[in-house]
Design a protein around this ligand. Structure first.
Ligand code: T4K
Length: 365
């Protein structure tokens, strides 16, 4: 049996069936129904944030955040992410400006942000890559100094806390993905986290075509509402997400114990004061010291049915849509390039067995 990079957390089918019966009986299947409202409040409570707006995936809240904050011109971002991050900037008619990452975290390097700011810059879109928190304090200081908005792509950062506070409280807005491959999933789905009731109201209008009532449209909205079926599914999954995160934690412990000290293989350790969610387990292969290139190891794993993934290779800045940008020049992004060239995300999910973990480790060791 292949061991995949992830495996979705699924609700109990019997319980889900009971919820479906409720939905069938009510005949209310989308448009801010009761399951949708319940999931929004349950997420506020679980995440420790004041306002959550559900979306149909994790890409649309990024697009909508940029719209709502009236971001124009240039947006500073990281090349080391899933391509949706930069696409959201492009779809808003803005120019992405790539800034290199800090090799210690994989996140945008705050020390390099200011040099990329121009009179056209209006926002920063960092990513908490693999759920590792960005230096939100430094980013806030820079943004405030230059009057910039900050939108965090927190697609990987469900449940991540720093010193007991949700990482989702940082920035003007944060967005989440609830895709099947994420720690918490609603099949497809996502959310935006904001800080005040007025913004929540505005975002709820925007995700429903801009409707603020039966006959009033207050802005150029879009349709990105989550339906009742996936909201019910999400409510059931929320009950088991803590156990899933703990199971992932145990996998991380096993991987780290076995791989620490292996010449040419490195990985991230937990950060002090951070509640991690173990959404991914990236390792980095130094070909010379390990004696094999990253790709050689990746394909060897594949041959043995161990389907890790090279998240995030290629860099977003290497895709043809973006590679012509001045900031995409390789010499501007040496740390991101090195990480993209060395990374393999090992299988990491709640249902990995001891046997699966041993197979992965045996292959690497
Ligand atoms: N920002 C960031 C930083 C992101 O990482 C993402 C998405 C977004 C924004 C956008 O959020 P969404 O609009 O997607 O909500 C996956 C996901 O499609 C994507 O959500 C995710 N990031 C990205 C990092 O990875 P693929 O193409 O690698 O997934 P796929 O289909 O190859 O699945 C990987 C493995 O997962 C499979 O080998 C087996 C397992 N799997 C997958 C699915 C879909 C299952 O067992 N069951 C399933 O249903 O993109």
């Amino acid at each position: 049996m292949p061991i995949t990079v992830t495996s979705p957390l699924l609700p109990d089918l019997e319980e889900f069936h009971q919820e479906l019966q409720v939905i069938w009986d009510s005949k209310w299947i989308t448009n801010n129904g009761s399951f949708h409202r319940k999931l929004e409040s349950a997420l506020c409570e679980y995440l420790g944030v004041p306002y959550v707006s559900l979306f149909t995936n994790g890409t649309l809240p990024l697009l909508t955040a940029l719209q709502a904050l009236k971001v124009t011109g240039e947006v500073i971002t990281t090349p080391y992410s899933f391509v949706a991050t930069t696409h959201s900037i492009w779809w808003n008619g803005c120019k992405p400006v790539f800034v290199d990452i800090d090799p210690k975290t994989g996140n945008i390097d705050p020390d390099k942000i200011e040099a990329a700011i121009t009179p056209q810059t209006s926002a920063i879109m960092p990513v908490h890559v693999y759920g590792k928190p960005c230096d939100t304090k430094r980013i806030r200081e820079i943004a405030d100094r230059h009057g910039l908005k900050v939108i965090y792509d927190a697609a990987h950062a469900f449940g991540v806390e720093v010193d007991g506070e949700s990482i989702l409280k940082a920035g003007d807005m944060s967005t989440l993905s609830f895709h099947a491959t994420k720690v918490f999933n609603t099949v497809e789905g996502g959310a935006m986290v904001m800080h005040d009731a007025e913004t929540k109201k505005q975002i709820d209008f925007l995700k429903n075509f801009g409707f603020a009532g039966e006959t009033e449209v207050v802005g150029p909205g879009i349709n990105s509402k989550m339906d009742e079926i996936r909201s019910a599914y999400g409510l059931l999954n929320l009950k088991q997400v803590d156990a899933a995160i703990e199971a992932r934690h145990q996998v991380a412990i096993r991987y780290r114990e076995a791989l620490r000290g292996v010449e040419g293989i490195s990985f991230f350790d937990d950060m002090p004061g951070v509640r991690h969610n173990y959404s991914y387990f990236p390792i980095f292969v130094d070909a010379e010291r390990y004696g094999m290139t990253r790709d050689a190891l990746y394909f060897k794993m594949k041959e043995q049915g161990i389907l890790g993934r090279r998240y995030f290779y290629p860099l977003i800045s290497d895709f043809s849509t973006y590679s012509g940008l001045e900031s995409a020049r390789p010499e501007n992004l040496p740390n991101a390039r090195k990480m993209a060239d060395e990374v393999i995300c090992l299988p990491m999910h709640h249902a990995l067995s001891e046997d699966d973990i041993s197979r992965v480790l045996d292959c690497i060791l």
